[in-house]
Design a protein around this ligand. Sequence first.
Ligand code: SF4
Ligand code: SF4
Length: 298
Amino acid sequence: MIHANVQAHSLFQPIMVFTAMLLVGHMAFGGEGLVRAGRLHYLFHWLYGKYEPQVLRLVDWILQKKRLFANPLGRRIMSALAAMGHYMPHGIVVTTSAAANLVRHIESLPGGEDGPRLAVGPCVCQMALDRWQEPSCKDIVVLYGADIYLHLERGYRIIDAHEAVKILEQCRDAGLVHSLDFCMQSGKWHFVICSCDAEICVLARAYLMTGKMMYPGPHIVKQHRPRCRGEASCGWCVAACMFGANYARGGSVFVDGEKCMGCGQCVRVCARKARVMTARGNYGHDRVIPSEILISRE
Ligand code: SF4
Ligand code: SF4
């Protein structure tokens, strides 16, 4: 009986998705407005979402087996995997206020025959690796991403921008870094706001090992040196930066602008207000998510 129920459920899910493909508008975020995601893209992304836990487990396994790839054959395999990785989701690192601006913007966009705008569910990395850490319900999927992940029946529920901002703030206070993920290097297909750590999150760990898969956001940090208490008396910003962009020398603390991804975590922990976020001069993703939207309401 149980076997029959499982079979019925596994048949029911593709039927639901096929029906959604035909009936739902599948709106995607295309720069400043909404565009159609397309039924084929919807289908491919649904397949990716369905097998995402397996993909994440494979990448996690690779990230833990560095030595296996330290030979000519291993390097070839790694090169092939890196080339395939080009078409995997990539992320733009943003501050909490920039992520909040984006969800409010998405909610304010004119409607149409579109489906849900925002939904939240359990962190896919934590679920795939079975390594749980609070906050765990923090995977904020948007537009066609919300539509797809709601169909995957993994505990996602529709939320509004107000609740999304509360979740983002909770993640910020836990020291997590927001990443606006988009797929296949496309300017249209932003589908999820992740909040990442450096121990579990596969995307962040892949970036820290390879320098790929994540990009700097529209902000960069600026330090007011006279206000800084230095490493011996403070040093909180050094510990808070998962990207290693802060370093101490001769008792003073410095920022390496090349490494700063623009997450804002060091600003949060600096009690002396010796740091502020400013607009980055060379933000490279205006075609995916324009900086005007991310920093306009700050
Ligand atoms: S947290 Fe602020 S005061 Fe402390 S070392 Fe960093 S910049 Fe200086
Ligand atoms: S220096 Fe600050 S803003 Fe830049 S990446 Fe590190 S914690 Fe984030």
